[in-house]
Design a protein around this ligand. Structure first.
Ligand code: GLA
Length: 417
């Protein structure tokens, strides 16, 4: 009973049903599909472990910085692209600006071998060699998995293989794991999120390698209150970001109540950066960068590093804004609204503060910063505009400047003592 039909990308798949197997030919690939057995898709239920505190792994004293392919590449990521991105980050100064983690997201996974070890798919022919290459460039490598049998993109997850996968990562030299919940929903309810993240937290600690642990469960169940207890170094607090103003602002504003939980070793994560992906203006991308820095968010670039305009490079590599994000005190700013203007203040380790005023409105507006609102313990002595890199002066305790629609005024203000 030969059947054929075009696929959406133009390849022709020809299939035959042979003794209850579907024999398929696509281009030069031959595939045989067999009927699923009970348990193939729904492996036996494993009871989540009892809760305990996972010890801190000593990592991520400041918010992790690096790059992740997902926002730009999704499934179109492979060994060659990662190498090109790494090479570019070395040459263009991003590595030296602090972006050291190179993280591959979903779609690297292949199949498990006879021992149950997960083997990458053909886009990543030799993961260990790729990780070695990244390390040889002075950078670190991150990978992705799920507590479920499948990932969000339907690739194999770590369900039932947590310790084995953690050991595999350690054997490849992996430095960072993003662990993504959605595929676990086929087995578990949200009540099991915490113990299942704990399970991988324990497994990573036992793996023999220091691995940054990034929880990705979209903020469900107040993750900020327990993320550090399961060994997490960072946790997503929102759904997926997209490359537009509304999504970016909504993700960052949802951070407000999580501020008390940020600090060295454990960070709230409003998702990866969209800077340079093309759907916001440079003005909006400057605001995006400023808000992530003011909230001590991880700075994980999500654009095609190989093709960046000078303006995007300047935004991602603004050393003064990065220094605010990476400040050792690790405080997360929260917003104060006044009409269309939203003011975020972040205390810094040297007693100065960073302040950002965002114009949420549709037209240019005046931003007014009062030194007395900044929580300084003495009058403002000096101030610097972190985007123009120029000193600015407070007069009678006030600094005011025009801010374009969706733009930001960002200062670092030092006190007189
Ligand atoms: C989820 C995550 C994203 C990305 C995709 C991959 O949507 O939130 O960041 O990792 O899965 O499938």
């Amino acid at each position: 009973m030969p059947k054929s039909g075009p696929l959406h990308h133009g390849l022709l798949v020809v299939g035959d049903l042979v003794a209850n197997e579907l024999h398929l030919t696509r281009d030069t690939d031959q595939m045989v599909a067999v009927p699923a057995k009970l348990g193939d898709e729904y492996p036996a239920y494993t009871t989540p472990p009892a809760l305990h505190d996972v010890p801190y792994n000593g990592l991520a004293k400041t918010p992790p910085m690096g790059w992740n392919d997902w926002n730009q590449f999704q499934s179109k990521i492979d060994d060659k692209t990662v190498r090109e991105v790494v090479d570019t980050m070395v040459v263009n100064g991003m590595r030296d600006a602090g972006y050291v983690y190179v993280n591959i997201d979903d779609t690297w996974e292949g199949v498990r071998d006879a021992q149950g070890t997960l083997v990458p798919n053909k886009k990543f022919p030799d993961m260990k060699a790729l990780v070695d290459y990244v390390h040889s460039k002075g950078m670190k490598f991150g990978i992705y998995s799920s507590p479920g049998p499948r990932t969000c993109a339907e690739y194999p997850g770590s369900y039932g293989h947590e310790e084995q996968d953690a050991k595999t990562y350690a054997s490849w030299g992996i430095d960072y794991l993003k662990y993504d919940w959605c595929g676990a929903r086929m087995i578990y309810s949200n009540d099991s999120i915490q113990p299942l993240y704990q399970k991988m937290g324990d497994a990573l600690l036992k793996s023999g390698r220091s691995i940054v642990y990034s929880l990705c469960e979209y903020g469900v169940g107040n993750v900020e209150t327990w993320g550090a207890k399961v060994g997490g170094n960072l946790w997503r607090t929102t759904g997926d970001i997209s490359d537009n103003w509304t999504s970016m602002i909504s993700n960052i504003e949802k951070q407000a109540h999580t501020a008390p939980y940020a600090g060295p070793g454990h960070w709230n994560d409003p998702d990866m950066l969209e800077i340079g992906n093309g759907k916001m203006t440079d003005e909006e991308y400057r605001t995006h960068m400023s808000l992530w820095a003011l909230t001590a968010a991880p700075l994980i670039a999500g654009n095609d590093i190989r093709n960046m305009t000078p303006a995007i490079k300047e935004i991602l590599m603004n050393h003064e804004v990065i220094a605010v994000d990476q400040d050792a005190l690790g405080k997360q700013a929260t917003p104060v609204k006044s009409g269309d203007m939203e003011t975020w203040v972040k205390p810094l380790a040297d007693g100065s503060v960073a302040v950002g005023v965002v114009n949420m409105g549709a037209s240019e507006s005046m931003a007014t910063i009062k030194a007395s609102d900044l929580g300084l313990d003495a009058p403002a002595k000096s101030a610097r505009n972190l985007w123009t890199h120029a000193s600015v002066a407070f007069h009678d305790g006030v600094y005011a400047a025009k801010v374009p629609s969706h733009g930001v005024l960002m200062l670092r203000v030092s006190a007189a003592n």
